[in-house]
Design a binder for this molecule. Structure first.
Ligand code: FES
Ligand code: FES
Length: 159
């Protein structure tokens, strides 16, 4: 087992220093070290998207990423999406349009939707489906999630 090393990450705008093994999963850094438990562990194998976060703006599965690979990066988790006053438009849209169905998949779905809308503010349904294809729902289905993302894309202030 390698020795622990210091890694600096910016998480939701705050610079943090971690003493960790280089292969520690980013998911564990976020959940266990930072206590940001909105990021979920589902499969632990890169298949479900429950652990999705944004690293330098890119959607990743944090269960597959060692902390050493994201040293000095900017990490956005679900906790950083809302500001202190209100939910982000995508969160409001999920709430109002039935996209927030369970606490397990929703954080990852919201981050996947944010990633899409930053790149493509006016996606069509197929583009939404593709963008969220790495995020699995095991229960209620995707219709409301896709609709919530599309409705958000039609809001004036979508982010
Ligand atoms: S827990 Fe990371 S993809 Fe499923
Ligand atoms: S797994 Fe969350 S709504 Fe299906």
């Amino acid at each position: 087992m390698s020795h622990k090393e210091e890694f600096t990450l910016k998480i939701n705008g705050e610079t943090k220093v971690f003493l960790a093994h280089p292969m520690e999963r980013l998911l564990d850094t976020i959940r266990s070290d930072e206590n940001l438990t909105g990021t979920k562990e589902g499969c632990g194998e890169g298949e479900c998207g429950a652990c999705s976060v944004l690293v330098n703006g890119k959607l990743v599965n944090s269960c597959l990423i060692p902390i050493s690979q994201v040293a000095s990066s900017e990490i956005e988790t679900i906790e950083g999406v809302a500001n202190s006053e209100s939910l982000a438009p995508i969160q409001k849209s999920f709430l109002e349009n039935g996209g927030a169905q369970c606490g397990f998949c929703t954080p990852g779905m919201v981050l996947a939707a944010i990633s899409l809308l930053r790149d493509n503010p006016a996606p069509n349904l197929e583009e939404v489906k593709t963008a969220l294809s790495g995020n699995l729902c095991r229960c209620t289905g995707y219709k409301k999630i896709f609709e919530s993302t599309l409705i958000c894309s039609q809001m004036e202030d979508q982010q």
